[in-house]
Design a protein around this ligand. Structure first.
Ligand SMILES: [Zn+2]
Length: 212
């Protein structure tokens, strides 16, 4: 392993490879941030003072059946401009995530081919972690659908489980895409965000009332 291979295989740049060790069947790469990354995570100021470091392990793309981790000593720095003591950013993983962005993309790719449970078993991570990654992707992609060309909608009410928990779903009648989900039914649902409220010139509306 080298700094170059880390970049090309794991998408990690601006970190210097130090050594490799093995623990419980996992391969762990010890890496250190290069000096250009030592800056305030808030304002980007480079005139920061070191205040120790925090060791963190971040899951990387696996090698066959072996899990890979990056072990990083993340410097803590004091920024005189922000008057804050913070850890520097980890550039190859999102904040508060225990896996790299390349690993996240790999999970998303697998989710297109197999159920979440199978992805979880294949990668040896929890079902919840896979679900969290997948859900975040769905929210990002479909959370705010464009209503620019929306002209026809259908409204349906569904019940969840055996209880009296209802959802009101608004669909684009032309392509079936969900454009709004309201918690409750009838007058219970908040109008904020409903396409009806945002697009008053909607034409035909198909409404199916839940029968219980
Ligand atoms: Zn700062």
């Amino acid at each position: 392993m080298s700094t170059s291979i880390l970049y090309h295989s794991q998408g990690i740049s601006d970190y210097t490879y130090q050594r490799t060790f093995y623990e419980g069947g996992a391969i762990i790469y010890k890496i250190n941030p290069q000096s250009r990354l030592i800056r305030c995570p808030i304002c980007g100021c480079r005139e920061v003072s070191p205040r120790g470091s925090v060791r963190r392990r971040i899951m990387l793309l696996p090698t066959g059946t072996h899990k890979n981790y990056a072990e990083v000593n993340i410097p803590r720095v004091y920024c005189p401009h922000c008057n804050k003591l913070r850890q520097i950013k980890v550039v190859f993983a999102d904040e508060q995530r225990s896996y790299s962005r390349t690993f996240e993309r790999y999970v998303l790719g697998l989710c297109e081919l197999m159920p979440i449970q199978d992805v979880s078993l294949h990668l040896g991570i929890s079902w919840g972690t896979v679900k969290e990654i997948h859900k975040r992707r769905l929210v990002k992609k479909y959370g705010s659908p464009s209503l620019k060309w929306l002209s026809s909608i259908a409204i349906d009410e569904i019940s969840i489980g055996a209880g009296h928990h209802y959802l009101t779903v608004v669909l684009n009648l032309e392509n079936g895409a969900v454009v709004f989900v309201g918690d409750g039914k009838g007058s219970d649902i908040p109008a904020v965000g409903m396409p009806v409220a945002r697009r008053p010139r909607l034409e035909p509306v198909c409404w199916r009332i839940l029968t219980t």
